[in-house]
Design a binder for this molecule. Sequence first.
Ligand code: F6R
Length: 259
Amino acid sequence: MDVIVLEDADEVGAVVADLVVELLAEKPAATLGLATGSSPLPTYQRLIHLHRQGKVSFVQATAVMLDEYLGLPEGHPQSYRTFIIEEFIGSIDLQVERLHSPDPTATDLEREGQRYEEVIVGAGGVDLQLLGIGRDGHIGFNEPTSSLASRTRVKTLTRQTVEDNARFFDSVDDVPTHVLTQGLGTILDSRHAVLIATGASKASALAAAVEGPVSAMCPASILQMHPKATVVADMAAGAGLRLLDYYADTQRGKAALER
Ligand code: F6R
């Protein structure tokens, strides 16, 4: 894993946005894997800014979302599809027909999980998957004990995750308890996984994911098995990393090689 620890969430957003810009410069028809929640928002804001300056175009790109809530009325502002259109897609030139998400209204949700896997394969696979991390170490909504080989399927959120997500709803009772989420096996198939972690509340989950054993109790730790995983954290989220100095030295070393 490549671990980058920066000062704050804005710096994290700028560095992750650069990774997306570099990818699209090389491969304009790339497939981006999008996460929702707070962690990627500075990245999306930076990408919108760069797009407005004419520095990046998504016109040939495809996007696939990580997950979607079950049970929200159609068009609910907190449905992840609505959220990503509001926060990102609606402000760039990615064609909305090329934004894919799991369909929470499908009558056969198991079949919907399989269909979604086929959509991802049909899009040529994910070139760059953006991820946030839950306080319990989830990525996507693969909660602790998720199979490390899982594919897109229904998951039940833990009480802690429901409470964490309540800030987006009027009350905790309005937060859906079930989701359709890409599995850990699905995420592992992406060509580049980029985990964003910001804020002190993520410090212990991030330390477990990066430096702990690979374990279904910290689903993000499966990224240790990913051939190309980059972690971009701010100081607050990186505070629990034992090798913090080493990551800083590695970055300095790389910068020296590039000069
Ligand atoms: C969202 C997702 C989740 C979040 C995680 C962190 O699509 O898959 O794994 O990334 O719950 O959420 P925030 O960023 O809001 O702290």
